[in-house]
Design a protein around this ligand. Structure first.
Ligand code: OVM
Length: 415
């Protein structure tokens, strides 16, 4: 037998539905609702022969597999490639692509750096940057929100929060595209993203060194853990790389998707204008509705089971977070965007020991953007069709033309 995408072909247990689909087909990635629905409908777990993987998309089962780090490993990669059989494209992440007990030590350092207490100190930076960008955009009124707002804000504030001395917004965004497309198959998307590797990877690696970081940012906090002997100097550099891998594309996508939701659901923007205490719940609903990270995988580290179906050791399991976040068995009227839904337990940040360690900073960034918009903007209107950008792991927009209609009496020129 030949190796398919670097993992061992499996024989699925009898009773597991076989589905001849390519989850990484560009049309599915652009508009995944039908794929999500069919995946949930077919069963608790399905077998996809094209990649010789299992896939789960019902809420309870997806949550269970995704958080069961004893049976379903991260150390063999969270994409289609099994790191035990094939070399990864870069040295594996020491927080994402690792299991306990190694994971426990690095995770502790990152949770300290990204704790609510630390994130709070970035409040003024996030607010002033959000206000300046929104004021700027109100001067033109109509603009392309992916580049001019969704990419611009995180690439302005995040390198400053990390304390990067070298800033290259384009490289940060392109590196994110590489990291997230890399978990998919060797398709055109992955190849196109990887085409930039020769220039970007060395730039990223260099930017993570201690002397390329200020002494008052998140990077310095990680290097302080090296000084105290908790981690090595090399590990500190690797953890800074994780900030740059996971912190840019995800928040760019969160902002873009939030603007997409509000421009398409003006009644919910009205509701938010009436009640600003809904800013945070509204962002959680954006995350549930759009699942910025739509799919991450795990590898069965031993013979186990999913919903009573036997699973052999070495099996890759796609956890389709986007499908779970739209499961009608969990979420009443899942396709309705309701900012007061308070979707506790959504899987957009994952679940379990690998649950997003940066979720507080992500919420802080979105709060700043939505707050600056609420202060100034009466309506967020579509100014053309939204275009989605297919990515093997991220559900993000490629183009989102919008018009911001200022509140009466709110002139950016007077500021
Ligand atoms: C990392 C990493 C990369 C991508 C995603 C992520 C969502 C982490 O390099 O540690 O978490």
């Amino acid at each position: 037998m030949t190796l398919i995408e670097g993992h061992r072909p499996i024989t699925p247990a009898d009773g597991i539905p076989v589905w001849d689909v390519d989850p990484y087909d560009a049309d599915i990635l652009r508009d995944p609702a039908g794929y999500y629905g069919r995946l949930r409908e077919l069963g608790e777990v399905v077998y996809i022969p094209r990649y010789s993987v299992l896939a789960v998309g019902r809420y309870e089962t997806t949550r269970k597999v995704f958080s069961d780090h004893d049976n379903f490993l991260s150390s063999r990669g969270v994409g289609l490639n099994d790191f035990k059989l094939e070399d990864p494209w870069r040295p594996p992440s020491i927080i994402l692509e690792v299991d306990p007990p190694d994971h426990t030590r690095t995770r502790k350092v990152m949770s300290r750096a990204l704790s609510p207490r630390v994130v709070k100190t970035f409040g003024d930076l996030f607010r002033s940057a959000a206000e300046a960008i929104v004021d700027d955009l109100l001067k033109v009124g109509t603009f392309e929100a992916v580049t001019d707002l969704a990419e611009r804000f995180p690439t302005t504030v995040f390198p400053r929060a990390v304390g990067m001395r070298d800033v290259n917004a384009r490289h940060l965004v392109d590196y994110g595209a590489m990291v997230f497309n890399a978990v998919g198959p060797d398709n055109a998307l992955r190849r196109a993203a990887m085409a930039h590797a020769g220039e970007i990877v060395p730039w990223i690696t260099a930017a993570c060194a201690r002397d390329r970081l200020s002494d008052d940012g998140l990077g310095a906090m990680v290097y302080a853990a090296a000084d105290s002997g908790e981690i090595t100097e090399a590990e500190a550099g690797m953890l800074v790389r994780s900030f740059l891998s996971a912190g840019v594309d995800t928040t760019v996508t969160g902002i873009g998707n939030a603007l997409w939701c509000f421009s398409r659901h003006p009644d919910q923007w009205e509701r938010l204008k009436q009640d600003r205490s809904l800013i945070r719940p509204a962002f959680e609903e954006v995350l549930r509705m759009t699942s910025p990270v739509h799919t991450f995988g795990r590898t069965a580290g031993r013979a186990t089971e999913i919903a009573g179906h036997p699973v052999e050791e070495g099996t890759k399991v796609l956890c389709v977070l986007g499908a779970a976040n739209g499961d009608p068995a969990k979420w009443p009227e899942p396709e309705a965007f309701r900012i007061d839904r308070r979707p506790v337990g959504h899987l957009a940040f994952g679940a379990g020991i690998h649950g997003c360690v940066g979720q507080n900073i992500a919420r802080g960034e979105l709060e700043a953007i939505l707050g600056a918009l609420l202060d100034r903007v009466d309506r967020i209107e579509p100014a053309g069709p939204a275009v989605w950008r297919p990515n093997n792991a991220i559900r993000a927009l490629d183009k989102l033309p919008v018009t911001l209609v200022p509140k009466y009496g709110e002139s950016p020129w007077s500021r």
